[in-house]
Write a protein that binds this ligand. Structure first.
Ligand SMILES: *Cc1c(COP(=O)(O)O)cnc(C)c1O
Length: 356
C-alpha cells in the first residue's frame, strides 16, 4: 500500500531523492565506490557540495555577500552557535514555541536576553504582533515556522537590528527576502533531506564583531573559510539534500512550490473548518502551511484514537499530534503531494459520515 508520511521530522522526501541516494549508495557516478565510502575530498563530493551551495543560493535568491555552509549538530547546535558568534552584550528573542524558547534559553549563557513577546500563555497558538526590539540588541531571533504548534510568520519582518531566523521547518517552502536577514539556519530533516546536516546562510559582514574566544568547531568563520570542509562534512545527507534541491528546481523553484503549498494547506484547513468533528488550534491568520494542527471538538474527543487508527489503516501515517497540543498534526512539507492531503481530507469526511 502507498503510504503518506505526515511525520514532522524526519519527514517525507521526494521519491527521486530516495531513489538517487539509494543508487549512489551502491555506486556513485559509476566510480565503483559507494557514496558511503568516498572521500569528502574526492572530486565527486567536491562537485556535490559546490552544486548544493549554488542551487541553494539560486533557489532562495540569496544576494551577494552571503555564505551558505553545511554543518553537523542539528538546528539545536545553532541555538548556541548563534549567540556564541553574534552576541556581544544583548540579544532579543520572540518566544513563539518550544524551539524558540529553547533557543532563547541557550542564549542566556552569553549575555542579556530580552524576550520581546511570548504567546506561551495561549499555548503558542499565535505569533505576537505587538513587540519592540531594543535598538541596542546585537540581533533579533525568530522561528519562522513553529513546527510543534503549527504557526508561521507569513512575511519577512522589517527589524531595526540584524535578524536571525530558525527556518528549520519552512525553508524553501516559499520565497524569502534573504536580504532582510543576517543569518538563517535549520536542520535539513524537515523540508530538505535526512537528519544529519544543518544549513546556515550567513551575511558575511555580521561576523567578527564579538571579542570572546570561539572554539574552532563553533566558529562560523572557520567553516566559511574552509568551505564546510574544516572537518568531514555529512556526505550522505548533503548528497540527499542536493537531490531535493534539484527536484525543487525542476518543478519551478520556491515560487512554484509556494503555490502548491498554499493549495494543500487550504484544502486541509477548509476541511477542518467545515467538518463538525474537528477544529484547528492555531489562530487563522498565523496558520502554518507546513504543520497543520487540529483537535477533535469536545463532543467527539473520545474518538481520537479511533480516528488515528482509521487513517493509519488507510496508509496515512504519523498524524498523532505533539503531546503539548494533543489531537493531530499533519506535516505537509514540500514533498507531500496534494494526493496525500486529499486522501486525508477524504478520510476525515468518511469518518464524519460514519461517526457524527
Ligand atoms: C526540528 C526543529 C528544531 C530541532 O532540530 P534538530 O536538528 O533536531 O536540532 C529546531 N527548530 C525547529 C523550528 C524545528 O522544527
Amino acid at each position: 500500500m502507498k503510504k503518506y508520511n505526515f511525520n514532522p521530522g524526519p519527514s517525507t522526501l521526494p521519491d527521486i531523492t530516495i531513489e538517487e541516494t539509494a543508487k549512489a549508495i551502491k555506486d556513485i557516478y559509476g566510480t565503483g565506490l559507494s557514496l558511503l565510502e568516498i572521500s569528502h575530498r574526492s572530486k565527486e563530493f567536491e562537485s556535490i557540495l559546490a552544486e548544493s551551495v549554488s542551487l541553494f543560493k539560486e533557489l532562495l535568491n540569496i544576494p551577494e555577500g552571503y555564505s551558505v555552509i553545511f554543518l553537523g549538530g542539528g538546528a539545536s547546535m545553532q541555538f548556541c552557535m548563534v549567540p556564541f558568534n553574534l552576541m556581544n552584550k544583548k540579544a532579543a528573542y520572540i518566544n513563539t514555541g518550544t524551539w524558540a524558547s529553547k533557543a532563547l534559553k541557550e542564549a542566556k549563557a552569553f549575555g542579556e536576553v530580552v524576550e520581546v513577546a511570548s504567546s506561551k500563555d495561549a499555548n503558542y497558538s499565535f505569533i505576537p504582533k505587538d513587540y519592540t526590539v531594543p535598538a541596542d540588541a546585537d540581533y533579533f531571533h525568530i522561528t519562522t515556522n513553529n513546527t510543534i504548534f503549527g504557526t508561521q510568520w507569513h512575511t519577512d519582518p522589517d527589524i531595526n537590528v540584524p535578524l536571525v531566523a530558525d527556518a528549520s521547518s519552512d525553508i524553501l517552502s516559499r520565497p524569502m527576502d534573504v536580504s532582510k536577514y543576517a543569518l538563517i539556519y535549520g536542520g535539513a530533516q524537515k523540508n530538505l533531506g535526512p537528519a544529519g546536516v544543518t544549513f546556515v546562510i550567513i551575511k558575511d559582514d555580521i561576523l567578527g564583531k564579538v571579542s570572546r574566544h570561539i572554539p574552532t568547531m563553533l566558529n562560523y568563520k572557520e567553516h566559511i573559510d574552509n568551505g564546510s570542509m574544516y572537518n568531514t562534512p555529512p556526505v550522505v545527507p548533503i548528497f540527499a539534500c542536493l537531490q531535493t534541491l534539484k527536484w525543487l528546481k525542476g518543478i519551478g523553484g520556491v515560487a512554484a512550490i509556494e503555490k502548491i503549498n498554499i493549495k494543500k494547506a487550504d484544502l486541509l484547513y477548509n476541511e477542518i473548518d467545515r467538518n463538525k468533528m474537528f477544529k484547528g488550534t492555531a489562530v487563522k491568520e498565523d496558520r502554518s502551511l507546513m504543520n497543520v494542527c487540529f483537535i477533535m471538538n469536545p463532543e467527539y474527543i473520545a474518538l481520537e484514537k479511533e480516528f488515528l487508527d482509521f487513517v493509519t489503516a488507510k496508509g496515512l501515517v504519523n498524524l498523532k499530534g505533539h503531546r503539548s497540543v494533543g489531537g493531530f498534526r499533519a506535516s505537509i512539507y514540500n514533498a507531500m503531494p496534494i494526493e496525500g492531503v486529499q486522501a486525508l481530507v477524504n478520510a476525515m469526511q468518511e469518518f464524519e459520515k460514519l461517526k457524527a
